[in-house]
Design a protein around this ligand. Sequence first.
Ligand code: ADP
Ligand code: MG
Ligand code: ZN
Length: 555
Amino acid sequence: MLTKANHYLQEYFGYDQFRQGQEEVIGYILDKKNTLAIMPTGSGKSLCYQIPGLTLPGTAVIISPLISLMKDQVDALQTLGVKASYINSSLSTAEQNERLQQLREQAYDFIFIAPERFDSNFFVHAIESIPLSFIAFDEAHCISQWGHDFRPSYRSVVQTVLSLRNKPTLVGLTATATEDVQLDIKQLLEVDDTNVVNTGFLRENLSFYIIKGQDRLKYIDRYIKNHQNEAGIIYAATRKQVDQLYQHFYKEGIPVQKYHAGLSEAERKEAQDVFIHEDIGLMIATNAFGMGIDKSNVRFVMHYALPKNIEAYYQEAGRAGRDGDPSDCILLFSGQDIVLQKYLIEQSDLEENKKTQEYQKLQAMVNYCHTDRCLQAYILDYFNDKIDVQDCGKCSNCIDDAAKVEKTKEAQMILSCVKRMGESFGAAMTAKVLKGSRDKKLLSFGFDRLTTYGLLKDQTEKEIVQFIHYLIAENYLSPGEGRFPILRLQPRALEVLKGTEKVWLKVEKVATREAEDYHVELFEALRRLRKKMADDQGVPPYVLFGDRTLKEMAK
Ligand code: ADP
Ligand code: MG
Ligand code: ZN
């Protein structure tokens, strides 16, 4: 059976090999064992039910709380030539009946179902009357009352499923599960310990940052400017906050979408579709956005406000970097946020002991913002991850420890280079001079005769650019106002050049993963154009240009 699974992996999905955990989960399901898979966001849980669904006879029932994503999932399978469909409230009654009929005729290998369908006897009878390969609960933490996203309707499905006459193998899949939640799911879905696959929670490509004591909006502005050719999500606490941030970026000419429960379903769907299908752009959202969304190239997730607990935080932050490339998870912390979160718990209609528990979870979240431990290690500890937790070396705490280094000399080299180049060039050209590049433009200006030429030849241009960005962030340099960002010395820089001020690398302030520097200038110019058109004619940033085409052009 497993060789068949390997065959499907390559033939249908075009992947060379399984990722960690996948083969094991697939193996258990093929062996008809009830199975629980706990694997991080983006690790490929879907494949764990897709392949058994193709391999085993009968229909696979996939229960998911994410109605808005079912169509995409089904479309993706249909493109691969798989017989799949979905039934949920977005369909008319006639359509639902038609699909129900197809289901009874065993026309599908996969049927995706919203939990509510199980309230219908018609539906339950239909699946009782056909051979089933297995029933999978996607986002299985939603069935546990200890889960941070508990849905009562989801739990009652479990009862119905357990009493089915033709009860098949049961599968639970989730990315976030504390020990309580794991235990709960295991009991509910009757999973043996030996059939639990837990690949741990580590996401090596994510860098975590806590930013405090800064103007949040200014921080974000600066960050976004350096990451304009990327896609990212900003989570805010309230609808009002989402609207405000949206307006702010919209006016700045940044391609931006918003998502919260106050918008109509059509508006939300459109915002989600645009965000998913464009390569770059911002999504400003409340926590209503994102569960199960498979957008692989989200490069950063920022939290403009404190999440209610670590589970929620890790799940939201974990939407960054599903493709495995380096990505940033930035939490902008302000002490006032604690008050709001406490208020929300107080106002909720939870039972007293549940409230106490929520307070404790909030406290762990607050501790995360104050700890000086490695942030990744803190999170893994919280989930009781069994792997040996080591410092990640790239979160704001790790860097802060490692990098309280003096960089005065290097800063002097850069600043004097900027000066000698006449304060007329951007970061990229300055870095080339310091690197000692043979760039034609550089040579035509005679910059290879500068005393600063090649002074930093041991570093990569990227590293030099990164340090220049740091000097900008720390107000030693200004990026200038002209059509292209041109570096100019700030008063502080003169102190450094005179030797009366030292430069320390306090990396905590800047997320270190710099955007690929290429064509930052182009993006900057486009942003200004969008801004102007938006101001003049009220044209939404996205309508103005298809950004993907632009990125192609830029290459
Ligand atoms: P999640 O675990 O969050 O549900 P998904 O199932 O949505 O993750 O998968 C995330 C991404 O990983 C998808 O784009 C998927 O195509 C890809 N993927 C899954 N398995 C593999 C594999 N074995 N090799 C390469 N890519 C994979
Ligand atoms: Mg998933
Ligand atoms: Zn760390």
